[in-house]
Design a protein around this ligand. Structure first.
Ligand code: MLT
Length: 312
């Protein structure tokens, strides 16, 4: 009887609004991607898809909210390498990032980009590193909180470049970027999708991306390797999950709506303009996200634990 009731429920899904919980501020890169997707997913699903920003503690508050939601497909947990991998090594979470969530879809990824306020006297990555080393006290680096993408990338950059940064946590890199433009902080090791339009507008300065190849949409920015820094290669991928116990049919419907959105030419164009790399076709399954998350936990947790990161 229960199985039948579950199936009937899945048949009529969705019959009301769906909410995507973005664990960072409005206007930042996670929010931007979620809103582009939501706009298109609502067409396929025939229901409004809303974005709710539940911020704080490197995104772990918003993910916790999603984990505690009913497993009925109406609440989606949006996140990335920071929230759904790194946070598990930084915080004592009261949920398990793998066991308490069911993967829905692996979303586009982007390299990180080293950016500074325009007042920094450096015109190349090597000059920037020299400037960071020469300072009497560490330069300030904006992040979206301990364990967020920009923080983990900052720690990785510190170790690759042999420098020290002083982190300034925000509730997302959207507000951190505003402060960088205003000259309140010195640098961000940011998601390219967040910074790229400001780099294009000349309001901040870009030095390198953490990728092996240049971006198609911004080929003038060198890779870190080309700019003289080895060992700084990282891709920040995003994803969507639902609480454990969500019926498989509902996960399948959400995955199909997300896959449809990702193949939409308008969506692709918006994302590619932001320097995002679309998920390869064969990686669009829930299983691919689950495998990626587990592989990245194995890869990142030892480094993060060794860095002895403090929670803010
Ligand atoms: C955001 O949307 O603010 C970012 O995804 C934050 C980050 O992890 O750097």
């Amino acid at each position: 009887v229960l199985a039948f009731a579950g199936a009937a429920h899945a048949d009529s899904f969705p019959s009301r609004n769906i909410t995507i919980i973005v664990p960072f501020s409005a206007g930042g890169p996670s929010d931007a991607m979620a809103r582009i997707l939501a706009e298109r997913m609502k067409v396929t699903l025939g229901q409004a898809v809303l974005v709710e920003n539940v911020t704080g503690a490197g995104g772990s508050i918003g993910v916790g909210r999603a984990v505690q939601s009913p497993p009925d497909g109406y609440t989606i947990s949006f996140g990335h390498l920071g929230t759904h991998v790194a946070n598990g090594a930084v915080y004592k979470l009261n949920y398990d990032l793998v066991a308490d969530l069911v993967p829905v879809v692996l979303l586009p990824s982007n390299p990180m980009i080293v950016v500074s306020k325009n007042a920094v006297p450096a015109t190349s990555l090597i000059e920037l590193i020299a400037w960071l080393k020469s300072r009497p006290s560490p330069a300030t680096a904006g992040t979206a909180g301990a364990g967020s993408g920009s923080h983990i990338a900052g720690v990785y950059f510190e170790s690759a470049a042999g420098i020290k940064l002083q982190y300034v946590p925000y509730r997302g890199t959207g507000p951190a970027l505003n402060d960088l433009i205003a000259g309140q902080i010195d640098v961000i090791v940011d998601q390219t999708s967040n910074s790229i339009n400001q780099v294009r507008a000349g309001t901040i300065r870009a030095y390198a991306i953490s990728d092996e190849k240049r971006l198609v949409s911004a080929p003038e920015i060198p890779t870190a390797q080309e700019a003289g820094l080895k060992g700084f290669t990282m891709t920040l991928w995003s994803g969507m999950w639902v609480p454990k116990g969500t019926p498989k049919e509902i996960v399948t419907k959400l995955n199909a709506a997300a896959v449809e959105a990702l193949s939409n030419p308008g969506v692709k164009k918006q994302m590619e303009n932001l320097g995002l790399e679309m998920t390869p076709q064969d990686q669009l399954t829930p299983e691919a996200l689950g495998a990626r998350q587990k592989a990245e936990i194995a890869k990142w947790w030892p480094m993060i634990k060794a860095a002895n990161i403090k929670m803010e």
